[in-house]
Design a protein around this ligand. Sequence first.
Ligand SMILES: Nc1nc2c(ncn2[C@@H]2O[C@H](COP(=O)(O)OP(=O)(O)OP(=O)(O)O)[C@@H](O)[C@H]2O)c(=O)[nH]1
Ligand SMILES: [Mg+2]
Length: 317
Amino acid sequence: MFNFLKKTFKKITKEEKKESKDEVKKKKDIKGETKLKKLEDKKEKPKRKIFSRQISEKELESFKFDLFRANISIEVAEKIVESLKEEKSKDAKTVLKNEIQRLLEQEEHDFMNFVKNKTKEQGYCTIVFFGFNGSGKTTTIARLGNLLKKQNIPVVFAAADTFRAAAIEQISKHGENLGLKVVKHKYGSNPAAVVFDAKIHAKSIGGAVLVDTAGRLHADRNLMEELKKIIRINEPDYKILVLDSLTGNDILEQVDKFSEVGFDGLILTKLDVNEKGGSIISVKQKTKKPILFLGTGQEYKDLEKFNSKKVVERLFG
Ligand SMILES: Nc1nc2c(ncn2[C@@H]2O[C@H](COP(=O)(O)OP(=O)(O)OP(=O)(O)O)[C@@H](O)[C@H]2O)c(=O)[nH]1
Ligand SMILES: [Mg+2]
């Protein structure tokens, strides 16, 4: 991953090599050394470290462009490059890694424990998932349901996407596969009522209710109002915005849109298909909210607890 940065680093290394070759040639011309001396020089020539020199303005500009190309927003890319400017004494890669690491750092947030405690204290826990069309909400709910079940937390799914064709069948199939109950009404029915019923069931089993909602487009005023209604009526314990990491720069627009509704945490999906992963950095910087999990495939097991170090490692490969 982060091949784009590797390219830049390679370019810098090449330039460095060229520079040192020129230096040797100059030396030869001036001093007119013997063959033996030249060989000695070669032997003694210090091995240059790839990233051990100061970063030029031109390179900083080039970094900024690379970061931008990796779906990191201009605002964040500029911030990162600013920090590189300030720390010219260190090498570029370390500074860049540290800065990205710093941006991604968050307080330890054990979501599974939160759900466990909530179900114990309150007798149930309601978690609503929402996001743009196709961002991975339903798949993520199935994966999280699987994870909670494995931790012996009873789970029920609420099929509150009563809008999109086949949405109820989709979540029902996951329930069937995982042996989890799905509370559902008819298509076109009031999703807030589905959640209400699912909550009653969750209370009866002392478990978590994972609410699947319809995907919302930016301009989907009605669906946005409907989402607010689901939340107002059912007062969920936790609200999760699910984002597709492949979205590109539009991702921040989506974040803005859903800030209207408010959310407690984030899940980014499709990291397995995302070469660069820059969107994680932009989203984190913008929201300052905990990123709970990353979706890393299409199977039930493909949900990874967010770990900033792992993300940085993945970015730099
Ligand atoms: N490769 C990969 N595909 C994913 C991941 N998460 C979801 N998908 C796929 O993305 C597509 C959409 O996922 P859904 O879970 O249906 O998305 P949704 O947000 O519920 O979609 P709507 O209900 O239509 O708004 C499906 O084909 C999923 O298999 C992931 O982490 N990696
Ligand atoms: Mg869905």
